[in-house]
Design a protein around this ligand. Sequence first.
Ligand code: NI
Ligand code: MN
Length: 228
Amino acid sequence: MAKLRWLGHAAWHIEVDGKSVLIDPFITNNPAAPVKLDELGKVDCVIVTHEHFDHLGDAFEICKRNDALFVALYELKVRAEQDGVKRTVGANIGGTFTADGLRLTFVPAVHTGNPSGVVIHGSDVTIYHAGDTALFGDMRLIGQLYRPDVALLPIGSLFTMGPQEAAVAASLVKPKVVIPMHYNTFDAIRQDPKQFERLVRAKAKGVKVVVLNPGESFEYARKGARKG
Ligand code: NI
Ligand code: MN
């Protein structure tokens, strides 16, 4: 089972297979963040999709405080080391690897600044965090190869897909559940998640939309799901 707590923007606190994992932990200066850095509790692993400030966020600081493992593409891992992070894994877009007992795959994202998405292969749940990305056709391959149960897709537009593109992304990836992210953090990325929900219903039959508020969690295991 996995518990996914949305920390606003593209930041997630995911508990999976006994690990406490943060993705894109933009907490300080994130107007949507429901927590402060010292309220995160124990963190085992921090995964960052790309270097932009709203994704790298507090990653280095959290890793230092928790002796947590920093996982990102190679160039960003080098920056983490230069910043004093002790435990790092530098990977690249490609195959599946194990870091701290977690099976992970970095996948493409169409964006600037050396971007990636990431797939977490838990024992009974597979999660796809798309990072910042435009819509691209090879999302279909991500769906076919890894069969994500839960997809976290940006819908804010301006910097990423908007609701229309993200609904098509949902139809390509075909997860059981899609949760929108990267919207309403700032005025420039204001969106109505209900509009996204309507578009997914029209374009991606069988994909369930779960809309969270920052601070809310969603629990998923392959047998069933519930919002908590
Ligand atoms: Ni970005
Ligand atoms: Mn971003």
